[in-house]
Design a protein around this ligand. Structure first.
Ligand SMILES: Nc1ncnc2c1ncn2[C@@H]1O[C@H](COP(=O)(O)OP(=O)(O)OP(=O)(O)O)[C@@H](O)[C@H]1O
Ligand SMILES: [Mg+2]
Length: 267
């Protein structure tokens, strides 16, 4: 029995070492193919820091996101999942900030390709948070019905993003369309990311996020301490739970923390 436990512990430690082997600026094993054909855009670290994107490099500021990604990747691997919706009960809880930090944190793991797609089409903010020129229109590409890989750009060896520079009215029809689901399937098949994060709309404002939930494996709910009420968390959790697996709630904007970092409470 002890030998089995020790073997299991060793296997777990070896797996963890591989997961933790962060390689900032490092390279994945395979460096050719459609993923590497995506155009890469440089980032300004000062803009990122100003906008609370702190998980590009390992360190204290990234620690809570690293913990979150480790819990997340374990849940994904043990269930054979890859698609994660990030949503919240209401606007402004920190979905986009959490999605970006989680994406950067995941992308530091060895051989983990992360695709972050902005599906909060009414209120696109990721380009602004990243300090990029408003040049991408991933939602417009979905609406056109034709995949254009120039609408997906890499931010590093393991992270690619599909962003929007203009808002779209009433995107629920687009988000629920079979053609949209087929296009996301095709993008996944071609780029073969290990994880796809979807930055979604808030759940309680309209039916945009709900319209796409059939296409994801699981969801994280971001709640803002002192802003989100327990009734909102409850209602959002119930609505999410009807359509997908709720992995947990990320409590963001905690004033009582020394540093304002989010904490995840996986279920
Ligand atoms: N941990 C935090 N502490 C303090 N402010 C934060 C934190 N996380 C995010 N913010 C700020 O809260 C605001 C909303 O964040 P963000 O855009 O990430 O939220 P969102 O849920 O995506 O919003 P929206 O619903 O408008 O898309 C931003 O100004 C952001 O800088
Ligand atoms: Mg947002």
């Amino acid at each position: 029995m002890e030998r089995i436990q020790s073997a299991l512990a060793k296997a777990r430690a070896a797996r963890d070492r591989k997961m933790q082997a962060s390689k900032p600026g490092g390279q994945s094993a395979v460096e050719s193919g459609p993923w590497y054909d995506l155009a890469e855009i440089p980032l300004n670290p000062k803009v990122l820091e100003r906008n609370r994107v702190v998980a590009m490099h390992p360190g204290q500021a990234a620690a809570s996101f690293d913990l979150m990604r480790t819990n997340l990747i374990r849940a994904l691997r043990s269930n054979g999942w890859s698609r994660v919706a990030i949503t919240s009960p209401t606007q402004g809880c920190g979905k986009s900030t959490v999605a970006l930090n989680l994406a950067f944190s995941l992308a530091r793991m060895a051989d983990t390709r992360v695709l972050l797609l902005e599906l909060d089409m009414r209120h696109p903010t990721l380009q602004g948070i990243l300090g990029l020129e408003p040049s991408q229109n991933f939602a417009g590409m979905l609406a056109s019905g034709t995949i254009d890989y120039s609408q997906i750009r890499r931010l590093g060896p393991n992270l690619a993003v599909g962003l929007n520079s203009k808002p779209m009215d009433s995107p629920a029809e687009l988000l629920s369309a079979t053609r949209t689901a087929d296009m996301v399937d095709e993008i996944e098949a071609k780029l073969q990311p290990d994880v796809i994060l979807f930055d979604m709309s808030p759940m309680l404002s309209n039916d945009d996020a709900i319209s796409f939930l059939d296409q994801v494996d699981c969801a994280l709910m971001v709640a803002a301490a002192d802003e989100t009420t327990s009734t909102e968390v409850d209602k959002c959790g119930k609505d999410l739970g009807k359509r997908t697996q709720v992995l947990g709630v990320v409590l963001n904007k905690c004033r009582f923390m020394e540093q304002e970092e989010p904490h995840a409470y996986p279920e």
